[in-house]
Design a protein around this ligand. Structure first.
Ligand SMILES: Cc1cc2nc3c(=O)[nH]c(=O)nc-3n(C[C@H](O)[C@H](O)[C@H](O)COP(=O)(O)OP(=O)(O)OC[C@H]3O[C@@H](n4cnc5c(N)ncnc54)[C@H](O)[C@@H]3O)c2cc1C
Length: 482
């Protein structure tokens, strides 16, 4: 990087500016809001991430307005492009059980053929101490891990247990919890003190936890960790992946709506009236404030935003929202004629603080042709967000290139272009006790206001966003009797 000119693009990702400007200084701007609404809707959806789009999709046929502060729908599901090669610039893949005909039909209605998107094995590989272990979440891969035979036997038993739990596990979005006691302690405690596994085994799961659950095994609830690991080890569940990642789902949902998503429209506050809600909207395009009147509002943003929009008479105790904690994330797309071969679709790297995993796209490419290495760099938790706001793209690019070069020497010299994406409140962190709180203490609806977003499931995954969107739409239909 020192002698060659690598093209480093400016930060992309979430749009902190409109929100920081209009939410943190909402008081100062209060006098500028017009009194009278200039538009009306039966339902307003705030936030066009997956959960908001799914909610709007399930209210199709009604008068729904979707407002999004960013310049495109998608939230953390962003598409990227390098020399004509699409790649996921945020959320990448989803799980699919080929036996689940209902979900298959849901995708098909959206014009998406999930069967074509199923990833060929080995879906995962672990790079540990300079060696690849393909199929690290399958029986063969586990056998190849460098572990004493007793530890390997314990690990094998754990995996069998996880697979058995899949049969009896409550589905996502259930109000109940199978083994609620597992939410009381962290995953490291479960693995080492309850399962008797060595810290080395916890280390194999470390990059996975940071990448998928926002924090290490000592920070996340064992219940949440087990929930995710069941999907990984499941013999039936498969990974679905479109070249631009989960942005494909977003595009399909947005295209299926009656009205286009209104982008660059930041909701800065809500006012409750006797028979409607007024949304104060800052139009980033026209640089002006306006009011939307809606019969009901679905708040599909993270709670770090939602609680700032709620009026004092909304019915929720503002203290409750302090329970939500988030981690931050960087995604770096390294483009160039990359020769690296990696056995998995998703490739995990142990012992590396700067990044956790990567995807190569296209997975196989003739030597010397352009490819993208999408590097996932979950930021330290807690405390990763503030440094991210001040880091320059050059500093971030250098950090990632150096880290990648530590494991794959020569690769940084092949990189020609770097695209960087940062997400300040990327993932809700399911710390021990958080899922109990969600299922027991937080009401998802107060009158005309419905809370959505994947953070309401306590699990940062597309399945949580889809479940939340569907639930929110059902709540609205039940309230409006439509
Ligand atoms: C880098 C990364 C990779 C991931 N990879 C995967 C993966 O491979 N598989 C998986 O299952 N999950 C993955 N996830 C998690 C999963 O994608 C998310 O949990 C899910 O997409 C979140 O959708 P959401 O609608 O709940 O929230 P968001 O995507 O956060 O959507 C919220 C939307 O609200 C908008 N908004 C915020 N404030 C306002 C306002 N005031 N007015 C108007 N709009 C507003 C935001 O701009 C945003 O578009 C990943 C997450 C990240 C960060």
């Amino acid at each position: 990087m020192q002698n060659r000119k690598i093209q480093i693009q400016a930060w992309q990702g979430d749009a902190p500016q409109p929100c920081h400007d209009y939410l943190h200084s909402a008081g100062k701007r209060a006098s500028r809001w017009p009194e009278r609404p200039e538009a009306h809707a039966e339902v307003a959806v705030v936030g066009a991430g997956l959960s908001g789009l799914v909610a709007a999709y399930h209210l199709k046929g009604r008068e729904v307005v979707v407002l999004e502060s960013g310049s495109q729908p998608g939230g953390v599901c962003l598409p990227g492009l390098y020399q004509g090669i699409p790649y996921p610039a945020g959320s990448a893949y989803f799980y699919h059980d080929p036996e689940d005909k209902e979900t298959l039909a849901w995708f098909r209605d959206l014009g998406l053929n999930v069967e074509d998107a199923l990833v060929a094995p080995p879906t995962s590989a672990l790079f540990h101490q300079g060696r690849w272990h393909p199929d690290c979440f399958g029986a063969a891969g586990l056998e190849s891990l460098p572990l004493p035979s007793g530890v390997r036997e314990n690990l094998r038993r754990l995996v069998e247990e996880l697979i058995a739990h899949e049969e009896t596990w409550d589905p996502l979005a259930s109000p109940f919890m199978t083994h609620p006691e597992w939410d009381k302690y962290h995953l490291r405690h479960f693995l080492e003190n309850i399962q008797g596994l060595s810290p080395e085994v916890t280390g194999f799961f470390e990059p996975y936890c940071r990448s998928c659950l926002g924090a290490g095994p000592e920070e996340i609830s064992a219940w949440a960790g087990i929930y995710f690991l069941i999907a990984e080890f499941s013999p039936t569940s498969r990974i679905g992946f479109f070249p631009e990642g989960n942005a494909r789902l977003v595009q399909a949902l947005a295209a299926a709506l009656n009205k286009p998503v209104q982008v660059r429209q930041t909701v800065a506050g809500l006012k409750l009236n006797a028979d409607s809600v007024h949304l104060r909207v800052w139009d980033g395009e026209g640089q002006r404030p306006w009011i939307l009147e809606a019969g009901m509002v679905i708040l599909a943003t993270g709670k770090f935003v939602a609680h700032r929009l709620l009026p004092p008479d909304c019915g929720w105790d503002p203290e409750l929202f302090k329970a939500f904690r988030y981690s931050s994330y960087v995604v770096a797309a390294l483009g160039g004629n990359l020769r690296l071969e990696a056995p998995g679709f998703e490739n995990w790297v142990t012992g590396e603080a700067v990044f956790s995993d990567f995807i190569l796209t296209p997975r196989q490419a003739p030597g010397g042709s352009p490819r993208v290495m999408v590097v996932f760099a979950p930021q330290p938790y807690p405390g990763g967000r503030e440094p991210l706001l001040h880091k320059t793209p050059e500093e971030q690019a250098q950090e990632i290139l150096t880290a990648v070069g530590r494991h794959f020497p020569g690769l940084p010299e092949e990189v020609e272009e770097i695209h960087l994406y940062r997400f300040g409140h990327a993932q809700v962190v399911p710390y021990p006790g958080f899922l109990h709180f969600l299922k027991g203490r937080l009401s998802p609806q107060e009158g005309r206001l419905v809370l959505a977003n994947s953070d309401m499931e306590g699990l940062p995954c597309v399945e949580a966003a889809l479940a939340q969107g569907q639930k929110a739409a059902r709540r609205v239909r039940a309230t409006l009797r439509i």
